[in-house]
Design a protein around this ligand. Structure first.
Ligand SMILES: Nc1ncnc2c1ncn2[C@@H]1O[C@H](COP(=O)(O)OP(=O)(O)OP(=O)(O)O)[C@@H](O)[C@H]1O
Ligand SMILES: [Mg+2]
Length: 246
């Protein structure tokens, strides 16, 4: 598929994967992300959302199904190859090196293109000004929200075409959640396609063009973010009655 074509940037088709032999966590789930799209993945705890992100990024072996990037099959390619091919990934947990400074963390994001560090760090610091003021600070001494900004900045250092975010707002204060969602929209507005896994389902669907509800390793619902937000079944099963009030 040519880069300027109409095809999706990323497709995960009928993925089966798991951690233990004989026990599948993902049981045939599928997602796609089109160029420039912001796509959300929601679902209950244990549904397989993080597992899907890991499997797509080459961190967990896919047993059945395929992953395609710009139409080219990349199933089970290692994570470093996915990075080289334009995929960024921010894990749910342990997504910065706490003993390293902000600058060192950003340099780790650039290990494949060290010469472009100056240019890329200037670009990401424009998006995350808080990091520019804290270059020499150890990541472990920053707040959870600041660390999340650093983790996203690190993934952006390699100029990905598609960014996988696993629960970027988890554990953050409402103020930092707002900031994270605002930055995600900004990153997406700059042309980066985003696949965002979120616990905060309502906030996620509010800003996503399309959303997927995963349940027990399978697609349960798919649709425009705002449609899912108002879908009676999705509200009842996944958003809670509070969603009706809003
Ligand atoms: N490293 C692991 N080893 C074994 N089982 C795992 C591992 N990680 C996750 N699992 C199991 O896989 C299933 C799906 O987990 P996963 O982390 O993908 O869920 P999730 O949808 O991201 O949930 P959450 O909303 O809590 O983050 C769960 O039953 C979980 O216990
Ligand atoms: Mg998870």
């Amino acid at each position: 598929m040519p880069e300027n074509g109409e095809g999706p940037v990323l497709v995960a088709d009928t993925i089966v994967a798991g951690y233990v032999p004989g026990a599948d966590v993902l049981r045939g789930c599928s997602i796609e992300v089109r160029p420039g799209e912001l796509v959300g993945v929601i679902g209950p705890n244990g549904a397989g959302k993080s597992t899907l992100a890991k499997a797509v990024f080459g961190l967990l072996r896919i047993r059945e199904g395929t992953v395609r990037l710009h139409g080219e099959e990349v199933t089970n390619r290692p994570a470093h190859e996915m990075v080289r091919r334009g995929v960024g990934y921010v894990p749910q947990l342990q997504n910065v090196f706490p003993e390293l400074t902000v600058e060192e963390n950003l340099r780790m994001g650039m290990y494949l293109r060290p010469k472009a560090y100056a240019e890329r760090s200037a670009a990401v610091e424009e998006l995350f000004p808080v990091l520019a003021a804290r270059r020499k600070q150890k990541a472990g001494s920053m707040s959870g929200g600041e660390r999340q900004m650093l983790a996203m900045a690190r993934a952006l250092m390699m100029e990905p075409q598609v960014l996988l975010l696993d629960e970027p707002s988890a554990g953050l204060s409402p103020l930092f959640q707002d900031q994270v969602f605002a930055r995600v929209k900004e990153i997406n507005g700059a042309g980066v396609a985003v696949l965002m896994v979120e616990q905060n389902a309502r906030r996620c669907l509010q800003i996503c063009a399309r959303g997927y509800v995963l349940d027990q390793g399978r697609n349960a619902h798919t649709g425009a973010g705002t449609d899912l937000l108002h879908d009676e079944k999705v509200i009842e099963l996944y958003l809670g009655t509070l969603a009706r009030v809003r």
